[in-house]
Design a protein around this ligand. Structure first.
Ligand code: NAP
Ligand code: MG
Length: 462
């Protein structure tokens, strides 16, 4: 696989300060496919300096011109979509059709939405005797995970550029090749030197250096709650803005009036998609006691059907983690009705689509984010209990409600402590604010809400 042996800083690929590298592994066959440089404090410093130097010029660029560069970036992503999808598949393992449709299709839509928002957003407004300007926050340190490698990058970089911010990106160590292709696309799109910079490297080295750098005004992080907490503390101590997109343990609540088979089948597909590595996945299915046995049977059958179509999880570490959770579920007394901890293949980091029944809400598998293809089916007696269970974790990122009528589902959804709820299978909307209640995060991404994270206001009184 093609890889750059340098960092993209100030508009060019430059040698890394040190000699350390990261091996990129294909999780489907465990082969090393490339090496990229492991960035150091010096590389991060060079990138932040370039971003600072580019900030005044980019912030002063008219929004329509910034919009034109983002539209050009979107066009390059479209032109190179096959190459990017193949790269995501090679380093993350998601099946190629999923990489094409979701891993690349979604960020193209998001880039397009920010080309439009940059052109149309009112960067100036009035409040009484004041004119209020919406100005860029400054230099953004973006730290992204591997589960949707291009989407997570675009969901930060596109609104940052639209706002007039400049960016230093530290992508996940497991998926740096997609990030390098993104940097090539930024270059091809004619974004001025220094506006976007890429430092590949390890979280506790390059990521931490970026979060701590005094030249960074806003840290935007997506990943685990454990690291997010640390980054929030660092940013807080330095009085920096911070945006955190963290974990989830979302509930899929099936009310008795719903089309049970449809709700269960779509619910299972939601969890198994991307091998369960989606922060907003509905990993807890809540079903009324009277429909419980039927739902468990349907869910087990749906998971079995997935069988071989599921891709591997991202890494050996992730596979071990997910299998550990499955073993824990068994040890705590949940009943396996599909899948299990054994690896379904000799080679590659695969995990069988797994369904647990008789899961009690307080069990580890119903409380912690597993980030693998594992579903817990939990019974409830009445609506109040369903609300209590759904809200009974530290997370609040997403969820789903199914009922005979939308109005019944909406009334239930209003009682959930969570940032997004899909009503009767509502489609993902790249313009809707995305982000968490409680420990699922701070701030929102996507659409106009995502743009405002990168803006600060200045009021002039007359
Ligand atoms: P993670 O460690 O939180 O990684 C997210 C990003 O933060 C990566 O770029 C990572 O670099 C970086 N990072 C790690 N330690 C850091 C530090 N001390 N300072 C600054 N940056 C740091 O997540 P992970 O290890 O990839 O996955 C662990 C768990 O996180 C998953 O099992 C899942 O539960 C959760 N997760 C959630 C999301 C989400 O979308 N909410 C996405 C991915 C993972 P490295 O790549 O070098 O570690
Ligand atoms: Mg990590």
């Amino acid at each position: 696989m093609k890889a750059h042996d340098g960092m993209y800083i100030d508009g060019a690929w430059r040698p890394a300060a040190g000699a350390d590298t990261i091996a990129v592994v294909n999780p489907a066959d465990e082969q090393v496919i490339a090496h990229v440089p492991a960035g150091s404090v010096e590389d991060v410093d060079a990138a932040v300096r370039a971003a600072r130097a580019a900030l005044p010029g980019w912030a002063a660029t008219p929004p329509a011109d910034r919009a034109a560069r983002i539209a050009a970036l979107r066009d390059v992503l479209v032109a190179r979509k096959d190459e990017i999808a193949e790269t995501v598949t090679a380093e993350l393992g998601s099946p190629l059709p999923f990489s094409q449709k979701v891993q690349v299709g979604l960020p193209i839509a998001v880039a397009g939405s920010y080309a439009e928002l940059a052109a149309t957003h009112p960067f100036e407004g009035r409040a009484g005797n004041s004119t209020v300007y919406h100005e860029p926050v400054g230099v953004v340190g973006a730290i992204t995970p591997w589960n949707y490698p291009l989407h997570q990058i675009v969901a930060k970089v596109a609104p940052a550029l639209a706002a007039g911010c400049t960016v230093v990106l530290k992508p996940a160590e497991d998926t740096p090749l997609t990030a390098q292709l993104f940097a090539e696309a930024v270059h091809e799109a004619g974004v001025p030197a220094g506006v976007f910079n890429l430092v590949t490297g390890l979280g506790p080295v390059a990521g931490q250096a970026l979060a701590e750098h005094e030249g960074v005004d806003l840290v935007s992080f997506t990943g685990s709650t454990a690291v997010g907490r640390q980054i929030g503390a660092t940013a807080g101590a330095a009085v920096k803005k911070v945006a955190l997109e963290l974990g989830g343990k979302s509930a899929n609540v099936i009310l008795p009036s719903a089309d049970l088979a449809k709700a269960v089948n779509i619910g299972v597909a939601n969890v198994m998609s991307n091998s369960g590595q989606t922060c907003s996945a509905w990993t807890r299915m809540l079903v009324h006691r009277e429909q419980y046995d039927e739902a468990v049977e349907l869910a087990a059958a749906a998971a079995e059907k997935y069988g071989d179509r599921i891709g591997p999880v991202a890494s050996a570490k992730q596979q071990a983690r997910v299998r550990g959770y499955i073993e824990k579920g068994v040890a705590e007394g949940a009943r396996l009705v599909a899948g299990g901890p054994e690896s379904p293949r000799e080679q590659g980091y695969f995990v069988s689509p797994t369904v647990f029944a008789d899961v009690r809400p307080e069990m580890t598998i119903a409380q912690e984010e597993i980030f693998g293809p594992v579903l817990s089916v939990i019974p409830y007696e009445d609506e109040d209990e369903a609300v209590r269970i759904a809200n009974g974790t530290v997370y609040g990122l997403a969820g789903a409600v199914w009922a005979g009528e939308d109005t019944e589902a909406v009334a239930f959804a209003r009682r959930l402590d969570t940032g997004q709820v899909d009503i009767n299978g509502g489609r993902f909307n790249p313009l809707a604010p995305f982000g968490g209640y409680k420990q699922s995060g701070v701030g929102r991404e996507l659409g106009a809400h995502g743009l405002s994270e990168y803006l600060q206001t200045k009021s002039l009184q007359f």
